[in-house]
Design a binder for this molecule. Sequence first.
Ligand SMILES: Cc1cc2nc3c(=O)[nH]c(=O)nc-3n(C[C@H](O)[C@H](O)[C@H](O)COP(=O)(O)O)c2cc1C
Length: 200
Amino acid sequence: MEFREAVLARRSEYSLDALDVDTDAVIARIRGIAGSVPSAFNAQSARILCLIGEDHRRFWEMVEDVLRERSRDPERFKGTQAKLAGFRAAAGTILFYEVDSRTRELMEAHPSYRDMFPQWAEHGNAMMQFAVWCAITDMGLGANIQHYNPLIDSRAAEMLSLPDGYRLVAQMVFGRVTDPAGPKGKLSGDDVVSVGHAKE
Ligand SMILES: Cc1cc2nc3c(=O)[nH]c(=O)nc-3n(C[C@H](O)[C@H](O)[C@H](O)COP(=O)(O)O)c2cc1C
């Protein structure tokens, strides 16, 4: 697939399973691109943790436990449970983190841009997420992105024994697409892009 095709084919795919998914190949592909993703001042503060097989399933069981403990409406929780079962049925989860100490370091080193570094860190992380999402699409697989942080942060850190200072940013579920995403209202390129003209 060419870059353009992967960008156009990328969707939020929610019907996923693990059949015939070569998770080692997915991890290798992500390793192959992750170091080249841009970041402000070359901060490189994004980190990725890949969960596959039992680790992936345990992670989503933990998310279910956390949400169950917080749920006040058992009927509504059944819907949440079904959604989480869908994530668990996929092949793996890619967790995106930020190392905030690196951001703080840059804030100290460049006082005139100090206030910008936290949002630039999020931008850099988002670029990493998009690159990974397109890479997964390029492999003929599908993914969706979730944000159960910060609700799950402490339990996730505890269960995954992460290095200190990793802050969870997003959770990307990937697998074989069993029922492709339907059409979604999207602006056209012409709606989004215009050509500017400077006054003389
Ligand atoms: C920053 C960001 C946050 C998102 N958060 C979630 C989320 O928490 N849960 C979810 O199911 N989808 C999430 N999405 C997916 C969007 O809903 C989806 O990309 C959008 O509706 C367009 O659909 P498409 O991905 O199929 O093109 C997020 C997307 C972005 C870019």
